[in-house]
Design a protein around this ligand. Structure first.
Ligand SMILES: O=C(O)CCC(=O)C(=O)O
Ligand SMILES: [Fe+2]
Length: 301
């Protein structure tokens, strides 16, 4: 079989992969080509793939262990817990709880102790125009910071908080309660080393509340700066979907955002599988937040 052909789509991220049929197991050579393109381009597009949920899981499982989504146990495919339904379609007259998923810059599952290694998203239905998804390259974000700020953030940890998902408070109250219980605030390093490429990156997100040891007030200007910097247009690839696109991103080295730039009366229906990431971070317990509280009080006294 011929090797897949990789064509870059953007400078910061994105490449398309032709000549691979994702319904079949990838041969060793194809796997090597795709994995190295994934690390280099961070986000790959496989056009014209029409996968069943099971085939999507099987494809994903070639890159690692597939996440079962136990931390967000509501939006799963009824027969396949590994598959999340990201959709604006109503079911039994009820609006979908995922109709506004991904509306701020984030990486998947950073509110858990195993942020996803990668995610695979397949487009089954899309609006006539818009409904694009953007990806930002977090290596470039880190490498373009000044040495002084890099030194300051190199040892920082950030508190990721599920309640900062945009539109979270408008979801079903019972589900909010349970998801908040399952996912207490958790700290992850701001500058991790990517386990496969060995490179440092800026692991920022709009779902961070504060930096560990800093108050929210102290954290906000730096957070705003780092989020704005990481998502500068020159670090971003914007994907305009076609039906039957399967995309796969490196969730450890990118942020993404799903844009609401489309006619909401038209269907947008996607299936997502994620890869289980490595263990990272620690839950913010009372003692840690007490330290933040004391410094917050010190700041105003
Ligand atoms: O619907 C999209 O384009 C992406 C939504 C999202 O953030 C995700 O599936 O992880
Ligand atoms: Fe996401």
């Amino acid at each position: 079989m011929t090797s897949p052909v990789i064509t870059p789509l953007g400078y910061a991220a994105g490449a398309s992969v032709a000549g691979a049929d994702l319904r079949r197991p990838l041969e060793e050579d194809a796997m090597k080509t795709i994995t190295s393109a994934w690390h280099k381009h961070l986000m790959l597009v496989f056009p014209d793939q029409r996968l069943s949920p099971k085939e999507l899981i099987d494809f994903t499982s070639q890159f690692g262990q597939v996440e079962r989504n136990d931390n967000v146990p509501y939006y799963r495919h009824p027969e396949h817990p590994e598959v999340l339904l990201i959709s604006n379609k109503t079911t039994n007259g009820k609006p979908s709880q995922t109709r506004n998923t991904g509306r701020n810059w984030h990486a998947d599952l950073t509110y858990t102790d195993r942020p996803a290694k990668g995610s695979v998203l397949m487009c089954q239905e899309k609006p006539e125009v818009g409904g694009d998804t953007m990806f930002a390259n977090l290596y470039m974000a880190y490498e373009t910071l000044s040495p002084t700020i890099r030194k300051f953030i190199d040892t920082l940890e950030a508190v990721h908080d599920i309640t900062l998902i945009k539109g979270f408070s408008r979801r079903d109250p019972e589900q909010i309660k349970e998801m908040t219980r399952l996912n207490p605030p958790i700290a992850h390093p701001v500058v991790p080393v990517h386990p496969e490429t060995g490179k440092k990156l800026l692991f920022i997100s709009e779902r961070i509340r504060n930096f560990v040891g800093m108050t929210e007030e102290e954290s906000k200007p730096l957070l705003d700066f780092l989020n704005g910097h990481a998502t500068s247009p020159e670090f971003v690839y914007r994907h305009r979907w076609s039906v039957n696109d399967v995309i796969m991103w490196d969730n450890r080295a990118t942020l993404h955002i799903a844009l609401p730039d489309f006619d909401q009366s038209q269907s947008r229906h996607m299936l997502r599988c994620s890869l289980l990431g490595e263990h990272s971070g620690y839950v913010i317990d009372n003692e840690t937040s007490e330290i933040s509280m004391k410094s917050a009080l010190a700041a105003i006294s």
